[in-house]
Design a protein. Structure first.
Lengths: 117, 114
């Protein structure tokens, strides 16, 4: 069955430390890949997305993600975390190659990030 | 430019009552999606409109849920009658034409059924 897995439900990191959030997918072909963030009281905001090409993708707020086909992974990273990065992060996919206009996102369970001062 | 807006932000109702959630997409976005997150679970797709037509409603849990998008603008999601398991956060998103276009999400409506 097609699925998206975020193995870590919670991660606590010190301010200034690096952060890596894991995402694995199980699909027949490489899907389109997304990372969203939800800060308290806010909607989901797109951090970055990957469709093809360079496997290292730069996003907003200093985040980047690396696509690894061999591992079916799309992990999100930030070199130095700020207190404002405390939020919930979601990995999501859309099956590639669909010609219909738009398509539904399938989400992982989310990872909640706590930032210690 | 205004983002996706949703109303109300919170709703608390009794089991058996009716609730209507509203979503206003970004102007010009033909695609409108509804998603739901039940407590402790992942965000799940409910349905997808292209303009006023339902493109995919495979995620609608049952016939107590009715979604409409009159004139291809705003959308409503009605739950009638509400059950306890309907509690959760309902998100709306909109996008332009292609599958690769970003879906922009609203802040969500938190529904609590008592």
């Amino acid at each position: 069955a097609q699925s998206v897995t975020q193995p870590d439900i919670h991660i606590t990191v010190s301010e200034g430390a690096s952060l890596e959030l894991r995402c694995n997918y199980s699909y027949g072909a490489t899907p389109y890949l997304f990372w969203y963030v939800q800060s308290p009281g806010q909607g989901l905001q797109l951090l970055l997305k990957y469709f093809s090409g360079d496997t290292l993708v730069q996003g907003i707020k200093g985040f980047e993600a690396e696509f690894k086909r061999s591992q079916s992974s799309f992990n999100l990273r930030k070199p130095s975390v700020h207190w404002s990065d405390a939020a919930e992060y979601f990995c999501a996919v859309v099956p590639a190659g669909i010609k219909a206009a738009g398509n539904k996102l399938t989400f992982g369970g989310g990872t909640r990030v706590l930032v210690k001062p | 430019e205004a983002g996706v807006t949703q109303f109300p932000s919170h709703s608390v109702i009794e089991k058996g009552q009716t609730v209507t959630l509203r979503c206003d997409p970004i102007s010009g976005h033909d695609n409108l999606y509804w998603y739901r997150r039940v407590m402790g679970k992942e965000i799940k797709f409910l349905l997808h409109f292209v303009k006023e037509s339902k493109q995919d409603e495979s995620g609608m849990p049952n016939n107590r849920f009715l979604a409409e998008r009159t004139g291809g603008t705003y959308s409503t999601l009605k739950v009638q009658p509400a059950e306890l398991e309907d509690s959760g956060v309902y998100f709306c998103a909109s996008s332009q034409e292609r599958a690769t276009d970003t879906q922009y999400f609203g802040p969500g409506t938190r529904l609590t059924v008592l």
